[in-house]
Design a protein around this ligand. Structure first.
Ligand code: NDP
Length: 267
């Protein structure tokens, strides 16, 4: 029996136990997957208490991905470049930190939505923790260019500086977005959580694929994409399931099938 959990604050809303239970059934594996509400100021104590109970691994969600990065005793390259950890695997008293968010998004785009990323121009809105986790897996697909646009321009410029060694990037303020179309726009801001739309130029979404990392509701970004002639509008539910699948594989070595689960959750 594997022992897993997700740690977050809040955590009640998390779909992870249900998703992982469905993965486990595919391989006839027994798992116990809990939700743990960690107090905001004591992530490390909560994580250690779970490990002491015999945990094999755990997921980490808002607002603890940076705490988990610091808690890990070893990091994968993905986690190192992301500067954040959403998955920890316990082996031989080592806590190996991974970040599956970016690979989850890439798998959703390529495998579920049949979108090719090679040679595409991608505009990412936002320069927070999520964007930082997306950049390396996206750049590994060899897009023509990734433009990072953020409300606070300096954060986008910094990400450009940190990731330009891995591919063609640039970073600027939201106000510098041009009216010319791009291939793919990814809303990685948290504006949707507040029911807001980042303040950007019209025109860039014309015939573009528009992907909001937020899931579970129609967002202002999705409405904006519809009004701006996007060719496809998608929310982040597929990414959620795909990043969970990467965690499950990281822990157990088994790669789950995801499409039926995404369909069922969408229903
Ligand atoms: P952070 O708090 O690290 O970053 C928030 C970003 O949003 C910043 O770039 C911030 O800009 C920007 N922002 C916030 N409000 C506005 C606004 N009104 N207008 C323009 N920009 C705004 O959050 P994360 O990066 O961790 O998460 C971003 C989103 O991604 C969340 O909605 C989260 O739920 C989602 N997510 C979804 C996942 C999935 O599996 N589907 C996985 C991970 C994240 P500034 O720097 O100027 O403050």
């Amino acid at each position: 029996m594997y022992k897993f959990a997700v740690l977050g604050h809040p955590i009640k809303h998390s779909l992870s136990p249900d998703i992982h239970a469905q993965f486990a059934r595919q391989f006839d594996i027994q798992i116990d997957y809990d939700k743990i509400l960690a107090p905001i100021d004591s992530f490390a104590q909560s994580a250690q208490a779970f490990i002491d109970q015999g945990a094999d691994g755990f997921n980490v969600t808002v607002p603890f991905k940076l705490d988990a990065f610091n808690f890990a005793t070893e990091l994968t390259l993905n986690a190192k470049t992301a500067g954040a950890v959403n998955t920890i695997k316990i082996t031989n008293n080592q806590y190996l930190g991974e970040n599956t968010d970016g690979t989850g998004l890439v798998n959703d785009l390529i495998n579920n939505l049949n979108i090719t990323l090679t040679d595409k121009v991608i505009l990412i809105l936002g320069a927070g923790g999520a964007t930082q986790g997306l950049l390396l897996p996206l750049l590994n697909q060899h897009p023509k260019r990734i433009m990072i646009a953020n409300r606070t321009a300096s954060k986008a410029e910094k990400l450009h500086h940190d990731f330009s060694a891995y591919g063609n990037t640039c970073g600027f303020g939201l106000d510098k977005i041009k009216h010319t179309p791009v291939d793919i726009i990814i809303n990685a801001t948290s504006a949707s959580l507040d029911g807001k739309m980042p303040d950007i130029a019209n025109g860039c979404a014309d015939n573009a694929i528009c992907y909001d990392l937020m899931y579970g509701q129609q967002t202002p970004f999705m409405d904006w994409a519809k009004n701006n002639n996007a060719s496809l509008i998608v929310d982040g539910l597929g990414m959620l399931v795909e990043q969970a699948a990467c965690s499950f594989e990281f822990w157990t070595g088994n790669k789950p099938k995801t499409q039926a689960i995404i369909k069922a959750l969408r229903r």
